[in-house]
Ligand binder design. Sequence first.
Ligand SMILES: Cc1cc2nc3c(=O)[nH]c(=O)nc-3n(C[C@H](O)[C@H](O)[C@H](O)COP(=O)(O)OP(=O)(O)OC[C@H]3O[C@@H](n4cnc5c(N)ncnc54)[C@H](O)[C@@H]3O)c2cc1C
Length: 476
Amino acid sequence: MEEVLKPDLCVIGAGSGGLSVAAAAAQFGVPVVLIEKGRMGGDRLNFGDVPSKALLAAGKRADAVRTASTFGIDVNEAQIDHRGVHDHVHGVIAAIAPNDSIERFTGLGVRVIQAKANFLDKNTVEAGRVLVHARRFVIATGSTPVIPSISGLDEVPYLTNETIFDVSERIQHLIVLGGGPFGLELGQAHSMLGSHVTIFDTEGFLPNEDPEATAVLLKRLEDTQIMLYPNTRVEKVERSMQGVAVHFHKDGETVIVKGTHLLVAAGRKPNVKSLSLERAGVTYTDEGIKVNEQLKTTNRRIYAIGDVIGGPQYSHLATYHAGIVVRNALFRLKPDVSAGTIPRVIYTAPELAQVGITEAEAHARYRRRRIRIYRWPYADIDRAQCERETEGFIKVITKRDGTILGCTIVGAQAGELLQLWVMAMAKDIKIGDLISLVLPYPTMSELSKRASYAYYQPNMTKGWMRSVIGLLRRLG
Ligand SMILES: Cc1cc2nc3c(=O)[nH]c(=O)nc-3n(C[C@H](O)[C@H](O)[C@H](O)COP(=O)(O)OP(=O)(O)OC[C@H]3O[C@@H](n4cnc5c(N)ncnc54)[C@H](O)[C@@H]3O)c2cc1C
């Protein structure tokens, strides 16, 4: 006998997007059903953001040991207990898991159903033995790894982001297919933990990021013996004595690289296929579910958010989508969906952080005389010298009147330093206004302030302005 539920809102998928919608709606007293087929917390908690950053944190500790002698501290070679690293990563997941748990959401008043959901018609979802007739639905089913069609790939064991965090032994040589943010982060984490790492990409690495910033990051990866093969198509994969052999062409010859483990990080595809969306009148393509500005699908009573709608894929974007849906579904507010101030960070060492448009995008969009580019190197920041983190720079792109169009930071703590620029852009604060901020000395955040000084440099011919800037610089 099937149970029939008639809530106001039914959310499918308990990842970053779905959990945020369900929690917010429940807190407004709305009856909500949340359906999850796998683990509560989705990719962010179980297979993505959290475990990858926890693994990188372990790698960075190992690296700190390796480079300690620069600070006059003599330590022996870092001894890595791979079972211990595995337990650290899963300990972090376990520490965060209660926030996303069935118990917590049930306590908030959400009815959680653990089953795979699919639509029966425009108003009904089936999940196990439960039928849900809701006034509105939110599809937040996320994405899964793309497995490229490479000869032999289906005959060798390979890892994805869904399995690599379960490995508890040393990976001797990790071959990564895909040099996007996740491939680079996971590749570098394993390299820092003592693996040989080779990364292939069919394109250049990080083609959408600022090339100067990318060059700083890639140089660090190469300096630490990570083998990078950009613009390289892997032709064939097969089993070898060590584990796996990857074949590709270079300068007209076939080259073979042998590794012990293979990680596929070659992009993500939206989870649309198993939902029977046709029955619900929801249009989708291989790129994701089609939505309008309010994130409504072609069935006006069904919203879709997060990775499943394609485009940029970040947890904070899925959460931002959730806010739009809650305001629209509950209060009929029509917020505009502006991706302009959605930041992104690659959490390698050094980090690469971006908000707004890059220099190349600015040149494509505006005439040269209408934009200004301001740069400042980490090497000129006293705190960066203390920490021996002098690689990298900030680059700020503005209109002539100082309106900030974008900011790129590559270097230590770039993701944290970006916050000031995200806020400045969101609140329409101009670059010149930042000069009056008093920031603590010595902090990395001086990098941002120095970039704002640069804004006044065209006026430096004026003697009085030169004196003011000189004074401000002396005052920090
Ligand atoms: C290795 C890696 C590292 C990442 N690092 C970062 C980072 O540092 N910062 C960042 O912002 N983003 C990061 N991301 C991206 C981020 O994880 C995603 O953008 C985010 O999780 C998307 O949230 P979502 O709610 O759309 O989907 P998900 O979190 O994927 O949640 C979707 C949920 O829906 C469930 N589901 C699917 N189909 C059904 C169904 N039919 N019925 C019921 N349930 C279903 C799934 O089981 C899943 O739990 C990373 C991703 C990866 C892979």
